[in-house]
Design a binder for this molecule. Structure first.
Ligand code: NAP
Length: 367
């Protein structure tokens, strides 16, 4: 699947590559990432291969990510062809109570900052970076809608939000005529599958494309980390900082890495490509945001959709990374559905949209 095959994002008319480029690694301010020379080579490689979807945020590397990205886009003369996505929520460190969070005052301040650093007069996609637990969805959606009307933002997205909040925001958009949410950006990989409880179904039902972050669990799923070796790379730098996004060394995860290595060996592909291929083909996923701190990594990862992962191998990875369904989600497993439908096969969506429920036997039949 070459990068220059584009798909519409959510229910919007915006066409994006199935592999997007993550620019969080542009800059070394956080103790990892790439210098400017390598960041430019990463950018060049991605756009040369036909990629059009690039993800950044105001907070990444304290603004360097946006600034370098803006420079690379301008030098390449590609603003019109590229889909630039950025995000706001985080306070940039000026001890200003309204300099962070999702309220209108910060939203309008933040968008101006992103436009300035990126050297552009519009963002193709602007996300709430994370739920702030305070600002009503009405305020966010109304302000985002104003930004779309003003032309500063083309489409809107939500990242790292509870499913109920995204559902409320989208319903408000539908009923009040606001610009709808086109993208839901969430962490998803073989070792982090919690979005399957709610968000995947939400996204497909309400027309939001999932854009996946940390698809390799910050590099764990490339196979470069070994259980008995001192970690180098990003996960080594971040191992004691307490941020759950970077704490991936656990017995469960090592078992998943072992199965991934076996599957990758059987199909003769690098582990990173297999892990990216698996996540790209999960229900609800619109685009996988690929991270790299070196061009060679990106070159490797951009081959992730050039092959079909046989269903039996994908299933082995799914099983190896399965997690128990907590309440109330165990009510939606085949065991409980069997009790509802008494052995009938029930499916109300076209094939390929989501799997129909198949139950065998009657009563508590389990498949
Ligand atoms: N919305 C959010 O809250 C959120 C959060 C995080 C990220 N994001 C977005 O998602 C993007 C991707 O996230 P991510 O960077 O965490 O993705 P990732 O693919 O999970 O991790 C990328 C890192 O894995 C290592 N790596 C990648 N390919 C490799 C290969 N072929 N061989 C060996 N190592 C390899 C590199 O680590 P080293 O640098 O150590 O070499 C690279 O920096 C970000 O750029 C950002 O745009 C969003």
């Amino acid at each position: 699947m070459p990068l220059d095959t584009y798909y519409t994002l959510g229910r919007s008319g915006l066409r994006v590559s199935r592999l997007s480029l993550g620019a969080m690694t542009f800059g070394t301010e956080w103790g990892w990432g790439s210098d400017k020379h390598n960041a430019r080579r990463i950018f060049d490689l991605y756009v040369e291969r036909g990629g059009n979807f690039i993800d950044t945020a105001d907070v990444y590397t304290n603004g360097t990510s946006e600034a370098w990205l803006g420079e690379f886009v301008a030098d390449a003369g590609l603003r019109d062809r590229l889909v630039l996505a950025s995000k706001y929520t985080f306070n940039l460190g000026d001890r200003n109570a309204n300099g962070g969070g999702n309220g209108r005052k910060n939203l309008l301040r933040a968008v101006e900052g992103s436009l300035k650093r990126l050297g552009t007069d519009y963002l193709d996609l602007f996300y709430v970076h994370a739920w702030d637990q305070l600002t009503p969805a009405e305020e966010v959606m109304r302000t985002m809608d104003d930004l779309v009307s003003s032309g500063k933002v083309r489409h809107i997205g939500l990242s790292d939000v509870p499913a109920w909040y995204a559902a409320r925001a989208q319903t408000l958009a539908e009923w009040r005529g606001f610009e709808p949410v086109s993208a839901l950006q969430l962490q998803y990989s073989l070792v982090e599958r919690n979005l399957e409880h709610e968000h995947a179904r939400l996204a497909t039902e309400l027309g939001m494309g999932i854009t996946v972050w940390s698809p390799l669990a910050s590099g764990l799923l490339s196979g470069r980390y070994r259980k008995d070796a001192a970690p180098e790379g990003r996960l080594g730098v971040m191992k004691d900082n307490g941020n759950p996004a970077f704490q991936h060394f656990s017995e469960r995860n090592w078992r998943i890495v072992e199965e991934l290595e076996r599957v990758a060996g059987e199909i003769g592909r690098p582990m990173a490509q297999v892990a990216l291929n698996w996540v790209a083909n999960r229900p609800g996923v619109a685009s996988v945001i690929v991270g790299a701190s070196r061009p060679e990594q990106l070159s490797d990862n951009l081959g992730a959709l050039d092959f079909e992962l046989p269903a039996a191998l994908a299933e082995r990875l799914t099983r190896a990374s399965d997690m128990p369904a907590p309440f109330p989600y165990y009510f939606f497993t085949n065991a409980m559905q069997g009790m509802m439908y008494g052995g009938a096969t029930v499916g109300d969506k076209p094939a390929g949209y989501r799997a129909p429920v198949r139950v065998s036997g009657s009563g508590s039949g389990v498949e």
